[in-house]
Design a protein around this ligand. Sequence first.
Ligand code: CA
Length: 223
Amino acid sequence: MDELQVGICEDDAQLRSVLERALRREGFRVRMTASGREAVEVFTESPPDLLVLDIGLPDADGRDVCQALRVNSVSSPVIFLTARDTLTDRLSGFSVGADDYVVKPFAVAELVARIRVAARRQAPPVTEGGMAGLEVDPVVHAVRNGERTAQLTPTEFRMLAALAARPGEIVRRNELRSAGWPDGAIVHENTLDAYIARLRRKLEEVASSETLETVRGVGYVLR
Ligand code: CA
C-alpha cells in the first residue's frame, strides 16, 4: 500500500515539529502548513489523503479553511484539532463535512489512531465542474470571481461555502442553518431568506455566472 499522505495545518511551531516527526515515524508522508492561507493554497494544489486542521489558526478559523477546501473540490477526510473552550463553544456549530476532532492537549498516539480510522473511510465523491470561477476566501471571508471581490460576513461565508461545495445539488434550508449558525441558535425563516437575498446580491456584485436558485419549501441550489 502506498504511504498515506497527511496534510497538516497548525500554527504552533513546537507542536508542528512534534507531529511531523511522530507521523513520519509512523510511515506517513507529511506536508506541513502554518496558516489558513497557506493550507488552502497548498492542499488545493495537491490534496492529501487526509487533513489535520487546527481550528484556532492565527489568520482564520480552521473550519472555514475546511469549507474553502471543499469548495475547491478537496474531499479528503478531516480531523480538527481544537482547544477545549472551542469545543464547548460550537464545534458542531457549522457543518463542514468534519470527520473527527481531537481535543488539545492530546497524545500523538491518539491522533495517529484517529488518522488510521479516518483514512479507511471512503471520501465522498467530489462534485465536478459546477463552479465557473468562484473562489471563497476563509481568511477575509470574501467571494471572488476573477478580479472582483465581495466582502461577506462569517455567516454569509459559511452559507455560500456550503452551497458552493455542492454545486448543482439542493442544499436544504436546515443544512444552511447549521452551516451558518451555532448549534441551538434560533434562526427565523425570514432571517434565512434575508441572508439568501444578500448572497444573491453579492454574487451579482462579482458578476458571477452562478445563480442561487430557490427550490420552494426545500432549499437552494447554486448553479
Ligand atoms: Ca492554534
